[in-house]
Design a protein around this ligand. Structure first.
Ligand SMILES: [Zn+2]
Length: 240
C-alpha cells in the first residue's frame, strides 16, 4: 500500500524551522488575512508609497482595510506590540500576490520571516546568523555574496546571493550564467518600524530577513518552474 508523505515545500519549511530553532529562534505564526496597517503602514510603507504598488495585493471583499498578506513581514509589528525585547523569532507562512503564474511567479507562495530585536544588534550579527543558516541548509562550501538592497522596512538593507547550487558557480541556465543566485532580502530594522510598535529606536536595534521557501526548494532540488509545487502531480510529488 502506498503511504502519503509531506509536500516538498512542507518538508523544506520544517527543515528551515528546525535550523532556526537550533540557532535560538522561536517560531510564531501570523494570520493569512491581515490589516493593511500591519502589512504595509507599520512597515514604513504609508499609502502612496511606491513599494505598495509593486506588490500587487489581493484585497478582501467586504472587509475594510483587510488584505491577504503579501509578505510574512506583516507579523513583525503585531508581535512587537505584544512582546518586549530581547527576542529572536521566525514567522513561516503563505503569502499572496496578484501575479500571473509563470515559471518564477505564483499568486501564492511561502516565506519565512526572521526578526531579532535586542540592545546593540549589529550588521555583523545579521550576517553571522544568515551565514550559519545558509551553510547548514546548502552545505559548508556554499559561497555567500552580500549586496546593498532596498526594502522600506530596513535601513540599511541588503540582498544576499549564494553560489549557484545547480552548477556550483560555473554558470548555467538557472543562474543566467553568473554563478550566483539571489536568495533573500535582509537588513537592520528601520526606526519607523520600531516607532510603529511603540519601541524606542534609540534604545533597541534589530535585524530582519525574509526567505522564499519555494525559491529555496527550487535551488536545493534543481527545479526550474515554481508551478510544479501547486499542480498536484503525483509523478512530481513522489520524488520527494
Ligand atoms: Zn548555475
Amino acid at each position: 500500500m502506498l503511504k502519503g508523505h509531506l509536500h516538498p515545500l512542507t518538508q523544506v519549511e520544517r527543515k528551515l524551522v528546525s535550523i532556526f530553532q537550533k540557532l535560538g529562534f522561536e517560531m510564531v505564526e501570523g494570520p493569512d488575512i491581515e490589516s493593511e496597517w500591519y502589512n504595509f503602514d507599520a512597515l514604513n510603507m504609508p499609502k502612496d508609497h511606491p513599494a505598495r504598488d509593486m506588490q500587487d495585493t489581493f484585497v478582501v471583499k467586504g472587509q475594510q482595510n483587510k488584505v491577504l498578506r503579501t509578505q510574512t513581514s506583516a507579523g513583525q509589528v503585531a508581535y512587537m506590540e505584544k512582546h518586549q525585547p530581547p527576542f529572536k523569532i521566525i514567522i513561516p507562512g503563505e503569502v499572496f500576490r496578484r501575479d500571473a503564474a509563470d515559471a518564477s511567479h505564483s499568486p501564492n507562495f511561502y516565506q519565512i520571516e526572521g526578526l531579532v530585536v535586542d540592545k546593540n544588534v549589529s550588521m555583523a550579527d545579521l550576517k553571522g546568523a544568515l551565514a550559519q543558516f545558509i551553510k547548514e541548509f546548502f552545505g559548508e562550501s556554499t559561497k555567500i555574496r552580500w549586496r546593498p538592497g532596498y526594502f522600506p522596512f530596513v535601513e540599511p538593507g541588503m540582498e544576499v546571493d549564494v553560489s549557484c547550487t545547480i552548477c556550483g558557480g560555473k554558470g548555467c541556465q538557472t543562474c543566467k550564467q553568473t554563478g550566483w543566485v539571489e536568495l533573500l532580502g535582509a537588513g537592520m530594522v528601520h526606526p519607523n518600524v520600531f516607532k510603529a510598535a511603540n519601541y524606542d529606536p534609540e534604545k533597541v536595534s534589530g535585524f530582519a530577513f525574509g526567505v522564499g521557501i519555494d525559491r529555496l526548494t527550487m535551488m536545493k532540488y534543481g527545479i526550474s518552474d515554481i508551478r510544479v509545487f501547486y499542480a498536484n502531480d503525483l509523478r512530481f510529488l513522489k520524488q520527494f
